[in-house]
Every structure is written in C-alpha cells, then in structure tokens.
Design a protein around this ligand. Structure first.
Ligand SMILES: NC(=O)c1ccc[n+]([C@@H]2O[C@H](COP(=O)([O-])OP(=O)(O)OC[C@H]3O[C@@H](n4cnc5c(N)ncnc54)[C@H](OP(=O)(O)O)[C@@H]3O)[C@@H](O)[C@H]2O)c1
Length: 327
C-alpha cells in the first residue's frame, strides 16, 4: 500500500468534466489541482466555478506542470491520440475519454508512447467499473445463461445542439463513435472475444456523419450481436444477453446509478438482481489510482480499447461499402 496522493489536471473545460469532479474530490487517493483551457479567462472562470485551485491558459502549460501526475483527456475525439501522446511524453499518466482514438494507427502510437514513458493510459469507459457490469459478467462467465447465443444493445438520444462536436466529421463525430461504442464494448466484454465479421447500415446527416447506425457482429463460437445507436430518437438504452438456458435484461446498462436492477429469466421465471452501485465515475478514478500506485493492470487494457476501435471501423467500412467486413 502507499499513502501517495495523485494530482489530476483536466485537459479542457469539456461538459463531461463535471462527471469526474465530484469523484476526484471524494477520492482519498486522488485530488483535482488544475484545469487547462485554450483561453486563460475560460480556465479562470471554470476554476472559480468548480473550486479547482488553478486555471491554466494553455494545454501545454498543464502538460509542463510538475505538480500534475494524471491528465484527464476530455478533448473532442480527433484530439484524443495527439494530446494523450503529448501528455505521456511530458511524463503524465492519462485517463482518456472514449473512443480512445479514431484509427488503429493512433491506438498503436498511444501504446508505443505509453511503453516508452512507462506511464498508464486507459479509456474512460465508466460503466465497465460499475458493480452491475461486474455482476453481469460474472453471471455470464459462470454459465448461468448456458451457452451464449446473442447480445442485443441500443444507445440513442436526441441531439439538438447545432454546433456540437458530435456532428462534425473532422472531429470524429457520428453516433457510432459517440454512443454506439457502448453496446459494442458491452458485447465484446461479455463474449470476451473480438468479432470475426460485421455488417453495418447508417443513415447519414447533412454533415456526412452517421446520425443513426445499425450493426451486426458475428463472434467466434456462433455468438451474434445486434446494436443500434443514434442522435434521432429520445434517450433509450438497454442490453439483453440471451443464452441457451436464460436471458439477462439490463435496462440501465451504460449509466447505472447507486441502486440498479436487472433481470434473469430462466424456465419462465424471472429473478431480480438488486445492485447497490456507486457514484458512476468513481470506478474509473479508483482504477487509475490502483494502476498507478499499486501497479495493477487497468481494468480496460489498451488491447481491449484497440478491439473496440477495430470493430467500429469495420462497421463503418461495411456501411460505406454495403458489404460484410471480416476482421
Ligand atoms: N464517458 C462519458 O460518459 C462521456 C460523456 C460525454 C462525453 N464524453 C467524451 O468526452 C469528450 C468531450 O465531450 P463533451 O461533450 O464534454 O465535449 P465539449 O463539451 O464540446 O468539450 C470539448 C472541449 O474540448 C476543447 N476543445 C479543444 N479543441 C476544440 C475544438 N476544435 N472544438 C471544440 N472544443 C475544443 C474545449 O475546451 P477549451 O475551450 O477549454 O479549450 C471544449 O470545452 C468526447 O470525447 C466524448 O466522447 C464521454
């Protein structure tokens, strides 16, 4: 054990930061010390609003700050790889928002930079750390559903903000990068495997990004997954896992709260699992501290994140070509 405390810095004033601020303030091994923005005045007012000790007027200033141990990279998707690599080269550990990167070459460069620097990088897929997800995976791994057959999952919401980064192709916009990545990640986690073949369809918006995406994935051992995502339907999410002996229904799979329920149906009877959860974003913060201070492998390895990026790219390629894509 160590009584060391990790000093964190937020790389940008992104909306999502607010999800991490409370867990960082609550955690005994982590402490939020600085926020960086492209503009000093934005950094200063953000620091005042969220009671962060220091606001820095450039991203470089945060990376060069000797007090900071860990960077939270909450930049738009197209800047994840670039700034994660810069942070590693500056000797920082990085918790990087999803998707980890937009190409496999970017992921590989992040892996190499992490190895060179000897620093931790992991993707901020918060749902993976929640007790509900851990329990679901345990049930599947224990064979409570019998042989796995099919995973179905959905994540949609209505995107009304006109200038949102999610609508900009050059920033890695599109619904599959933004929310489709969740059911894809869930299906890969539950199967413990990578898809062998995928097929995808997309409905493109005026900016050329997918506003709706529907995909199918064939995993080894005749396990299949169907996912959909989009910006055109009201908030909707679920995961259903079908085995030869039973079905799991998880109504709140990606943003589970402090009390959650999911359901296992076998032989016509439904059993309810009540999960005492935790603050959703605390898990990724504590996982980072375990990895850095206790030398534990992060729960989400870079190999795992690479698999998610590969599956998304293959689905997008399939939607473009109108043909199945083999991985
Ligand atoms: N895990 C989750 O639950 C979750 C939820 C939402 C989003 N996310 C991820 O978090 C990331 C940020 O999403 P968000 O919705 O929070 O983004 P956002 O509010 O639009 O913030 C992005 C930030 O990036 C900085 N930035 C740098 N270059 C930029 C550019 N060219 N255009 C726009 N902003 C630029 C800006 O900060 P400054 O002006 O301060 O420099 C801006 O505040 C995305 O990768 C997204 O996938 C994750």
């Amino acid at each position: 054990m160590t009584d060391e405390i990790l000093n964190w810095g937020l790389l940008s004033t992104a909306h999502i930061n607010r999800a991490l601020i409370a867990p960082l303030n609550a955690s005994k091994r982590n402490r939020l010390r600085a926020v960086a923005s492209r503009s000093q005045s934005t950094a200063d007012s953000y620091a005042r609003e969220w009671k962060i000790p220091r606001g820095l007027g450039s991203y470089e200033a945060l990376l060069n700050d000797p007090e900071i141990d860990v960077i939270y990279n909450s930049l738009p998707n197209h800047l994840h790889a670039e700034w994660t690599i810069k942070a590693l080269e500056a000797g920082k550990h990085v918790l990087c928002e999803k998707p980890l990167a937009l190409t496999l070459a970017e992921v590989d460069a992040m892996v190499a930079a992490s190895q060179r620097a000897g620093k931790v990088v992991t993707e901020a897929f918060m749902y993976r750390h929640h007790p509900q997800t851990l329990r679901v995976r345990e049930l599947v791994d224990n064979g409570d559903l019998g042989k796995l057959q099919m995973i179905k999952g959905s994540f949609t919401f209505t995107l009304t903000r006109e200038n949102d980064i999610r609508l900009k192709k050059e920033m890695g916009g599109g619904s599959i990068w933004d929310v489709g990545c969740y059911p894809i990640s869930y299906a890969r986690a539950v199967t413990g495997a990578e898809p062998l073949e995928v097929f995808g369809w997309q409905v493109s918006g005026p900016a050329g990004i997918d506003e709706t995406f529907v995909g199918q994935m064939r995993f080894p051992d005749d396990v299949y997954a169907q996912i959909d995502c989009g910006f055109k339907s009201p908030s909707h999410a679920f995961i259903e896992i079908v085995g030869a002996d039973g079905t799991l229904n998880i109504p709140v799979p990606f943003k589970p709260g402090k009390k959650e329920k999911f359901y296992l149906t076998r032989d016509g009877k439904t059993e309810t699992f009540e999960i005492k959860g935790q603050e959703l974003y605390l898990g990724e913060v504590e996982d980072m501290a375990d990895a850095i201070l206790l030398d534990k492998p992060p729960r989400i390895s870079l190999d795992d994140s690479r698999g998610n990026v590969a599956a998304i790219l293959a689905l997008l390629e399939s939607a473009q070509s109108g043909r199945p894509v083999t991985l």
